[in-house]
Ligand binder design. Structure first.
Ligand code: MN
Length: 216
């Protein structure tokens, strides 16, 4: 039995109210301290339950445990990226003069233009059915950027793609402030995107991409 947790809740990189008026401090506090913390606990608990199943060779719950692992671990990872993707000084678009020119070029190459990328990610996030995310990801086999529409935290994604910019479209991300106006929330999100953070994730994803297929 593990004596310390495998996963831990990261500190927010800003105060709860730092993203106002786009996202209220009340939402950020609940979202980080309750929802994200719940995914961290869920991932750790599921690892414990899987360890017990192995120990007892008791596999009656294997399907549920594997689903719970995917759900909670993906929730933890996506939220950890989400906090870093946002800044009270964010917004605009990646530009050469801001040190994010390679990301800007890749967006234009993969989507045709920044405007077309923005339209696709906005639409993917705003049209999630039930709970989900709109995600910009680096797809290492093609070397291109793609937009994914994620079901819950873990469904409808291509294996190996690395999330770079994630828009949480679960109701807990916006409902206290935007009510049922998910489209308005997604549009407002662009005002807090931290492009330096996204560009740093893009550079890191490319550096570790080569091992995925171990192709000759
Ligand atoms: Mn969330």
């Amino acid at each position: 039995m593990a004596t310390h947790p495998t996963y831990t809740l990261p500190e927010l990189p800003y105060d709860y109210a730092a993203l106002e008026p786009v996202i209220s401090g009340e939402i950020i506090e609940l979202h980080h301290d309750k929802h994200h913390a719940g995914y961290v606990k869920g991932a750790n608990d599921t690892l414990e339950q899987l360890a017990q199943a192995r120990e007892k060779d008791a596999w009656a719950a294997i399907n549920g445990l594997e689903k719970n692992l995917a759900f909670h671990l993906s929730g933890h990872i996506l939220h950890s990226i989400y906090w870093g993707n946002m800044s009270g000084d964010g917004g605009g678009e990646p530009l050469e003069k801001d040190g994010t020119g390679e990301l800007a070029d890749a967006l234009a190459e993969s989507f045709g233009s920044f405007a077309r990328f923005k339209a696709q990610l906005s639409k993917a996030a705003a049209t999630t059915q039930g709970s989900g995310w709109g995600v910009l990801a680096y797809e290492p086999v093609s070397g291109r950027l793609v937009v994914e529409q994620v079901y819950d935290h873990q469904g409808n994604v291509g294996q190996g793609a690395v999330p770079l910019l994630v828009f949480d479209a679960w109701e807990h991300a916006f409902y206290l402030q935007y009510r049922n106006q998910k489209v308005d929330f997604v549009e407002a999100m662009w005002r807090v995107v931290n492009w330096q953070d996204v560009a740093a994730r893009y550079a890191a994803a490319r550096e570790r991409a080569a091992g995925l297929l171990l192709a000759p």
